[in-house]
Write a protein that binds this ligand. Structure first.
Ligand SMILES: Nc1ncnc2c1ncn2[C@@H]1O[C@H](COP(=O)(O)OP(=O)(O)OP(=O)(O)O)[C@@H](O)[C@H]1O
Length: 266
C-alpha cells in the first residue's frame, strides 16, 4: 500500500493478510454512561468501511476512541500490528492514522495551499511557522500541490481557505489529511453541510483516495446512497454497540438494522 504523497511512511509491521486495524472489546464509559460498549471488528488493508447509525449511536465517539481523543476504559485498538490503545492522537497520526472532523477545521485566514503545506511540513518534520523557509519546505510544497491536485483544488491554491464553498472546504480538509500520508483515513461525515450539487464531486474524490491510492477508509456518513457505491462493508452502531457489520446490501436488508432506525431512512 505505497503512498505517492509523502515520504517516510512507517513500514508495516503486520504479516501479509493481517488486518491493518483491529478493534477488540473497545469500551468507553463516562460518568456511569457507556457511550461505546464492547465493540470488536477488523479492517483489512485497503478496505472501505462505512459507519452508520441513528443520532447518538456512538459513531463519533468510536472515531474519537480510534484517534485517541477519547480514552478507552476497556478493550484494545491495534494499528498495523501495534497496540495503540494508550497512544496520544499525535503518535497515532505519526503511525498512519489520520482523521477529519464533522465540523470544518481549516485555517480560514490562510491560503488554500498554505493550509496543506503546513500539514505536509509538520509531517516532514519542519517548522510550523509559515514565514520561515526551513529544510524540507520545498518538499512540503510538492506534497501540498500533489494533495491539492488529488482533490481537484490545484487551481484554488492562492485563494483564502475561508472563501471556499462548503464542499471545497471539505476537499481541502481531505488534502490536509492526505498531506500527512495516512494509511488509515477516518472521515467523520465528510458530506455534512455540503450542497447537493457538490456531493457527487466529493464522493468521487473520496472514491479516488480509496481506490487509486489504496488507502484504508472508515467513514461516518448518514446518506446510504453515498455509501452504497463506496463501502465494502457497513458497520451499524446502535446505543454504543456494534449492531451489524456486513455488505451494504445485507445491512440494509437486516431487520435488526431497520428496527434500530425505527422507519427512518437508511
Ligand atoms: N465526552 C462525552 N461525555 C459524555 N457523553 C458523551 C461524550 N461524548 C459523547 N457522549 C454521548 O455519547 C453518545 C454518543 O454520541 P456520539 O456523538 O458518539 O453519537 P453519534 O452516533 O456520532 O451521533 P450523531 O449522528 O448525532 O453525530 C451520545 O449520547 C452523547 O451525548
Amino acid at each position: 500500500m505505497g503512498s505517492p504523497l509523502a515520504a517516510g511512511a512507517a513500514p508495516a509491521a503486520r504479516p501479509a493478510g493481517a488486518p491493518v486495524l483491529s478493534v477488540a472489546g473497545l469500551t468507553c464509559a463516562i460518568g456511569g454512561a457507556v457511550i461505546v460498549s464492547d465493540v470488536s471488528f477488523d479492517v483489512a488493508p485497503g478496505e472501505f468501511v462505512a459507519v452508520i447509525g441513528p443520532n447518538g449511536a456512538g459513531k463519533t465517539s468510536l472515531f474519537n476512541l480510534l484517534s485517541g481523543l477519547l480514552p478507552a476504559t476497556g478493550g484494545t485498538v491495534t494499528l498495523d500490528g501495534t497496540d495503540i490503545t494508550g497512544a496520544s492522537p499525535a503518535v497515532r497520526a505519526r503511525r498512519g492514522l489520520g482523521r477529519t472532523f464533522q465540523s470544518s477545521s481549516v485555517f480560514a485566514g490562510l491560503g488554500v495551499r498554505e493550509n496543506v503545506r503546513l500539514a505536509a511540513q509538520a509531517r516532514l518534520g519542519g517548522s510550523l511557522r509559515p514565514w520561515q523557509r526551513v529544510r524540507g519546505s520545498d518538499r512540503a510544497y510538492e506534497v501540498a500541490e500533489r494533495a491539492l491536485t488529488r482533490v481537484g483544488l490545484d487551481r484554488r491554491g492562492d485563494a483564502l481557505a475561508g472563501a471556499l464553498s462548503h464542499g471545497d472546504k471539505r476537499k481541502l480538509e481531505l488534502a490536509i489529511l492526505l498531506a500527512t500520508d495516512p494509511a488509515v483515513v477516518l472521515l467523520d461525515e465528510p458530506m455534512a453541510g455540503v450542497s447537493t450539487e457538490e456531493v457527487a464531486g466529493l464522493t468521487q474524490v473520496i472514491a479516488d483516495v480509496h481506490r487509486e491510492e489504496g488507502r484504508t477508509v472508515l467513514m461516518v456518513e448518514h446518506h446510504m446512497d453515498v455509501l452504497l457505491g463506496l463501502a465494502d462493508r457497513v458497520a451499524v452502531m446502535h446505543h454504543g454497540s456494534l449492531l451489524a457489520l456486513d455488505t451494504p446490501a445485507r445491512v440494509t436488508g437486516d431487520p435488526a438494522v431497520q428496527e434500530a432506525y425505527l422507519g427512518d431512512q437508511l
